[in-house]
Design a protein around this ligand. Structure first.
Ligand code: MN
Length: 133
């Protein structure tokens, strides 16, 4: 079980990600914009942060820069959720401080397994471990 912050402005995507994470026994926290996400990152103990790139206000790149440059925050894996499909974005995403990225649309059968790659083994769900073997 992992505590996972999801920063995503699209309600449909948010609902799907939260549903899938809960179905695998994780504890998702929701932030519908970057400002809220940064605040939650400061007061909650988290195992992972998933962050949309395209959001009004602070976009995902700015959220990543602020999270990774804040010495008061523990080092939490940060994964971009991106609709971008262009090759050049990979470098831009990693340069902004993300540890990796997942592409939208979210594939329900694969999503949690893709997310758990970024979690330590003891935080992964048994379900997805079994499904992957
Ligand atoms: Mn968005």
């Amino acid at each position: 079980m992992a505590s996972i912050l999801v920063i995503e402005d699209n309600p449909t995507n948010m609902e799907l990600m939260v549903y899938l994470l809960k179905a695998f026994g994780h504890a998702p926290l929701e932030a519908e914009d970057g400002e809220t996400g940064l605040a939650i990152a400061h007061w909650e103990s988290l195992d992972l942060i998933l962050c949309d790139l395209q959001m009004p206000g602070l976009d995902g790149f700015e959220v990543a820069r602020q999270l990774k440059s804040d010495p008061t925050l523990p080092k939490i894996p940060l994964v971009a959720i991106t609709a971008y499909a262009m090759m050049g974005d990979r470098d831009k995403v990693l340069a902004a401080g993300f540890d990796g990225y997942l592409t939208k649309p979210i594939e329900p059968e694969l999503f949690v397994g893709q997310v758990e790659i970024f979690l330590p083994p003891e935080k992964r769900s048994t379900k997805s471990n079994n499904a992957g073997k």
